[in-house]
Design a protein around this ligand. Structure first.
Ligand SMILES: Cc1cc2nc3c(=O)[nH]c(=O)nc-3n(C[C@H](O)[C@H](O)[C@H](O)COP(=O)(O)OP(=O)(O)OC[C@H]3O[C@@H](n4cnc5c(N)ncnc54)[C@H](O)[C@@H]3O)c2cc1C
Length: 490
C-alpha cells in the first residue's frame, strides 16, 4: 500500500496545528503535513458560527504573540474576525500548502520506529513524529433525553448552527447556560417571540465592558508595536493576578467577583424568582467565570423564561419538565457543550508493544506536561490533558508547547524520544495533588473533570507553565538514535 512519508504528521488545523507549523518552518523544517478533516483551517473558529460567537479572552492576548493584529475591531473579537485572522495567518505564512483537507484520521500505530496514520477514507501516512492537535472542544455533546427523536421541529447543537432556520418570531428553547449559551442567548432573545432557557446550574458571570477600538487605537497598535505589547501584557496580568488567585481560593478577590455578580443580577433582572435561580451555589471559580455585558439583560427580558425544573422528556412539539410543565417550542437549540474526554477519542492510537492509548488512559487521560505519555514514543499532544485553563489564553499556553516540542524534536534528530514512566508518574502525582486544592475540584462535575479527577486543566499559573515547558528536563526522556547515527558519532 502506498504511504506518503514525512518527518511529522500533525492532525488538526486550528490554532494549535497551524502555530506549530509556523514554528517548524521557522526552524527550517518543511517536511510535514497537516491532516484536517474539515474543508478549511480555523478549528473552533470555523465550527462555531452561532450568533454572538466571540472569544472570552481579549483578542490581543487570544492571538499568537508572533503574529500580532493591530486591526482587531473589538476588545473581544467576533468569530468572523478570529476566523479571518487565522485564515490569513495560514495563507500569509505559506502554511496552507502543507494542509490536506477532508482527512479524518481514525488510527495511529507506532510500528518499527515509525508512526502509521490512517484516515477514514483509507489513506495512509508514514512519519517519524505524530502530533495530535485536535483540540479539547470539538465533539458536540447532546444529552440523550427521553423522546429526543420524537421532536418534530428543527433542533441543532450550538457548534453545528443551522443558519437556514429563522428564529425570528419563533418560540425557541435553549438547553444549557455555559460559555456558548451565554453568548448566543442574548442574540436569540432579541429576535425570538419567546425564549425558554433550560438551566441546570447557573454560572458566575461578571461584566466584560466590551467596546470597539477607535481608529486612533488601531493606528497606535500598528505604528508603535511596543504599546500593543504592553497592552497585551496588561491583559495577561488581569488573568494571572485577578482570576487565577480566585481559582486558588483568594478570599477578597472571590468576594469581589461575587459582589460584582450580585450587582449585575440586581441591575438587570427585576423578577425575584429569576434572581434566585441565577445565583450559583458552588464556589466562585469552580467552573469558568464567564464574562458578559448582555446575559443578565437578556434573562431579565419579559419574553424570556428561565426554567430550572429539569427536563423529563422531549415531546413531538416541545419539552416536558420534571414537574410536568410542558413548554411548546418551534426550535430547540442544544448549548450543551462538548465531549472533552477521553482525549483523542476519535483516533485509535497504539504505541510500543501494541499498547492502546484508550487502555493506558482507562482511569482518565494524563500526560507529562500535557504533551508526552510513556509508551508512546515520538508522539506529542497540543492542548492535551491538563493544559486547559480558566484564566488565560490557550494560545499563550500553546506557544510554550510549541517550544517544548521543537526542543525535543531537535534533540531526537532522526531517532526517538520517549518520556520515562517514572517522570510521568511523578508529574501526575504532583499535578493531581495541586489540582485537588483548587476551586475546580470543589464541584462534583464539570467539563474540566473526568469522574473525580481534573483531567483538562493545568494546576499552576501560566508563568510556571511557560517555564517548565520551554526548559525541558532532558533526563526525564529517553533518546535513541538510529544505528547509522551512532556509527557516525563514534
Ligand atoms: C465557542 C468557543 C469559544 C472559545 N473561546 C476561547 C477563548 O476565548 N479563549 C481561549 O483561550 N480558548 C477559547 N476556546 C477554546 C478553544 O478551543 C481553543 O482556544 C483553541 O481554539 C484550540 O485550538 P486547537 O487547534 O487546539 O483546537 P481546535 O480549534 O478544536 O482545532 C482542532 C482541529 O482538529 C480537527 N480534527 C479533530 N479531529 C480530527 C481528526 N480525527 N482528523 C482530522 N482532523 C481532526 C478539527 O476539525 C479542528 O479543525 C473556545 C472554544 C469554543 C468552543
Amino acid at each position: 500500500m502506498h504511504q506518503d512519508r514525512y518527518k511529522l504528521v500533525i492532525v488538526g488545523a486550528g490554532f494549535a496545528g497551524l502555530g506549530l507549523a509556523y514554528k517548524l518552518k521557522q526552524s527550517g523544517i518543511e517536511d510535514f503535513i497537516i491532516l484536517e478533516k474539515a474543508d478549511g483551517v480555523g478549528g473552533t473558529w470555523r465550527h462555531n458560527t452561532y450568533p454572538g460567537a466571540e472569544c472570552d479572552i481579549a483578542s490581543s492576548l487570544y492571538s499568537y504573540s508572533f503574529a500580532p493584529n493591530p486591526g482587531w475591531d473589538f476588545k473581544w473579537s467576533k468569530q468572523p474576525q478570529i476566523l479571518s485572522y487565522i485564515e490569513s495567518f495560514a495563507r500569509d505564512n505559506d502554511i496552507l500548502r502543507h494542509v490536506k483537507f477532508g482527512q479524518a484520521v481514525k488510527r495511529a500505530d507506532y510500528t518499527d520506529g515509525r508512526w502509521i496514520i490512517k484516515t477514514q477514507d483509507g489513506e495512509v501516512y508514514n512519519c517519524q513524529f505524530f502530533v495530535s492537535a485536535i483540540g479539547q472542544l470539538h465533539h458536540p455533546s447532546v444529552p440523550d433525553f427521553d423522546g429526543k427523536a420524537d421532536y418534530k421541529g428543527p433542533s441543532f447543537h450550538s457548534a453545528q448552527w443551522d443558519h437556514s432556520v429563522d428564529l425570528s418570531g419563533q418560540n425557541v428553547a435553549v438547553i444549557g447556560v455555559g460559555a456558548s449559551a451565554a453568548q448566543l442567548i442574548p442574540e436569540v432573545a432579541k429576535i425570538a417571540k419567546h425564549l425558554t432557557v433550560y438551566q441546570r446550574s447557573p454560572n458566575w458571570i461578571i461584566n466584560k465592558h466590551d467596546r470597539p477600538y477607535s481608529r486612533f487605537e488601531k493606528w497606535l497598535a500598528k505604528k508603535v508595536p511596543v504599546i500593543a505589547k504592553l497592552y497585551r501584557g496588561g491583559l495577561w496580568c488581569q488573568g494571572e493576578y485577578f482570576i487565577w488567585p480566585v481559582i486558588k481560593g483568594a478570599k477578597l478577590r472571590g468576594a469581589l467577583v461575587r459582589g460584582l455578580n450580585a450587582l449585575e443580577i440586581k441591575a438587570h433582572v427585576k423578577d425575584a424568582e429569576k434572581r434566585t435561580k441565577l445565583k450559583p451555589d458552588y464556589p466562585v471559580g469552580a467552573k469558568r467565570i464567564l464574562l458578559s455585558d448582555t446575559y443578565y439583560k437578556a434573562i431579565g427580558r419579559d419574553n424570556v423564561t428561565l426554567e430550572t425544573d429539569g427536563i423529563a422528556r422531549i415531546q413531538k412539539a416541545g419539552i416536558q419538565t420534571k414537574t410536568s410543565k410542558v413548554h411548546p417550542h418551534d426550535v430547540i437549540i442544544y448549548a450543551t457543550g462538548f465531549h472533552t474526554n477521553p482525549f483523542l477519542k476519535e483516533i485509535a492510537v497504539t504505541g510500543e508493544a501494541g499498547t492502546e492509548l484508550r487502555e493506558h488512559w482507562n482511569e482518565g487521560a494524563f500526560a507529562y506536561l500535557g504533551v508526552t505519555t510513556s509508551g508512546f514514543p515520538n508522539m506529542f499532544m497540543l492542548y492535551g490533558p491538563n493544559t486547559n485553563t480558566g484564566h488565560t489564553s490557550i494560545i499563550y499556553k500553546l506557544e510554550a508547547q510549541f517550544e517544548h516540542i521543537l526542543k525535543l524534536i531537535a534533540k531526537a534528530g532522526e531517532g526517538m524520544v520517549s518520556v520515562s514512566k517514572s517522570a510521568e508518574d511523578a508529574y501526575n502525582t504532583e499535578a493531581q495533588e495541586k489540582l485537588s486544592k483548587l476551586a475546580w475540584a470543589k464541584i462534583e462535575a464539570s467539563w474540566y473533570k473526568d469522574g473525580a479527577r481534573v483531567t483538562n486543566n493545568w494546576h499552576g499559573g501560566s508563568v510556571e507553565f511557560k517555564r517548565r515547558l520551554e526548559s525541558p528536563i532532558y533526563e526525564h526522556f529517553t533518546f535513541s538514535h538510529p544505528i547509522s547515527d551512532k556509527t557516525a558519532a563514534e
